[in-house]
Design a protein around this ligand. Structure first.
Ligand code: ADE
Length: 347
């Protein structure tokens, strides 16, 4: 079931065709402008400097972590730092080998191919990726039967950047072909405030009280894409209902209108907690069972609902299934059915 969520970090229209670089002006162009993920930035800056000084392409990079944390942005930053272009596509958009071959043969030396949701790459396409990544060539068979022959096409050395919310679903063979693999974690409040301040400045939004950015950051689930979307909603609200005054009261009212609570949970998150509390007595329950009770897709819950609830300490993954904590029950006003100290049941 597709519900529209303002706190949905996944991008809309993901099954997109390979596209030439564009991207909003707000996006950082250089690593130095990129806020957060300090360890990853350092690893990338070393790899970029090394590649530049050897005039070779940057190593293939695998970025994994929840949606909305800047994987696509980083691909653009890397391409820009390498003085090249980024071609953006996604696993589900590459339905047949020809889709991939078209893009690969178009790319110039040191260009970046960004494949989002790389775990959804069809197996038949993945086969072509191996020699492309390792030896910068693709082999394909023309004709069939007696006349079948393999044609090899040489590619210009390029960098593949793969992004996934589910690294566990990648084949070992594919994972091994990335020189750098890095997990992107949720952003801290101070980093989100910095990202919001930068974006507000670039959009000409002046005089926003610090407290307002703080409140937005606190409700953004550690995710820049959500923080920036909430900023746009609040800006619209202030413009239309408050004659342009963006103060704390405007932030609160705008977010309430969007159904976002003080911790940044929306209706879908609360429905998850309520299903686990009400239907399964706080757990344990498998994610498939919870999804079935909610009429949702289990993958969606795993990708976009659970990571933040786990981070908040609202849900624990145990061998028997998902369990709710007392803090989660208190937050949604559900009855706590576990030990009096609020801890978890025996895991
Ligand atoms: N916009 C979105 N994410 C960002 C980040 N990490 N740094 C700077 N600007 C951003």
């Amino acid at each position: 079931m597709a519900r529209e969520r303002i706190v949905e970090a996944a991008q809309q229209g993901r099954d997109r065709e390979p596209e030439a670089p564009a991207g909003p002006a707000l996006r950082p162009q250089h690593l130095a402008e990129y806020i957060g993920q300090p360890d990853l930035k350092e690893r990338l800056s070393i790899a970029i400097d090394a590649a530049r000084s050897r005039s070779s392409p940057m190593e293939h990079v695998l970025l994994h972590g929840p949606p909305g944390l800047g994987k696509t942005t980083l691909a653009h930053v890397i391409a820009n730092e390498m003085g090249s272009r980024a071609y953006v596509t996604s696993g589900p958009a590459l339905t047949k080998a020809a889709d991939l071959i078209g893009t690969l043969t178009k790319m110039e030396e040191r260009d970046v191919l960004f494949i989002d949701e790389i775990h959804r790459l069809p197996a038949a396409v993945e086969e072509y990726i191996y020699p492309a990544m390792e030896d910068f060539r693709i082999d394909f068979t023309v004709d069939s039967g007696m006349h079948a022959r393999v044609v090899t096409v040489a590619l210009k050395p390029f960098t593949l950047i793969g992004a996934t919310t589910r690294p566990g679903l990648l084949t070992q063979a594919l994972r091994n072909r990335f020189g750098i693999a890095h997990h992107l974690g949720f952003y801290g409040t101070a980093e989100l405030i910095e990202i919001l301040r930068r974006a507000a400045g670039l959009q000409g939004m002046r005089g926003i009280p610090d407290g307002a950015l703080d409140r937005l950051a606190g409700r953004s689930r550690g995710t820049p894409r959500i923080a920036l979307r909430l900023l746009r909603r609040v800006r619209d609200f202030a413009q239309v209902r408050r004659g342009g005054t963006l103060d704390l009261a405007a932030v609160d009212e705008a977010l309430e209108l969007e159904g976002i609570d003080a911790l940044g949970l929306d209706a879908l998150d609360r429905a998850y907690v309520q299903a686990l509390a009400g239907v399964y007595g706080c757990g344990p329950a498998g994610v498939e069972a919870i999804a079935a009770s909610m009429g949702e897709d289990a993958g969606t819950l795993e990708d976009v609902v659970e990571p933040y609830l786990l981070q908040l300490g609202f849900v624990a993954r145990t061998r028997q299934g998902r369990r709710l904590t007392k803090a989660a029950c208190d937050h949604v006003g559900a009855a706590w059915k576990g030990p009096a100290d609020g801890g978890l049941f025996e895991a």
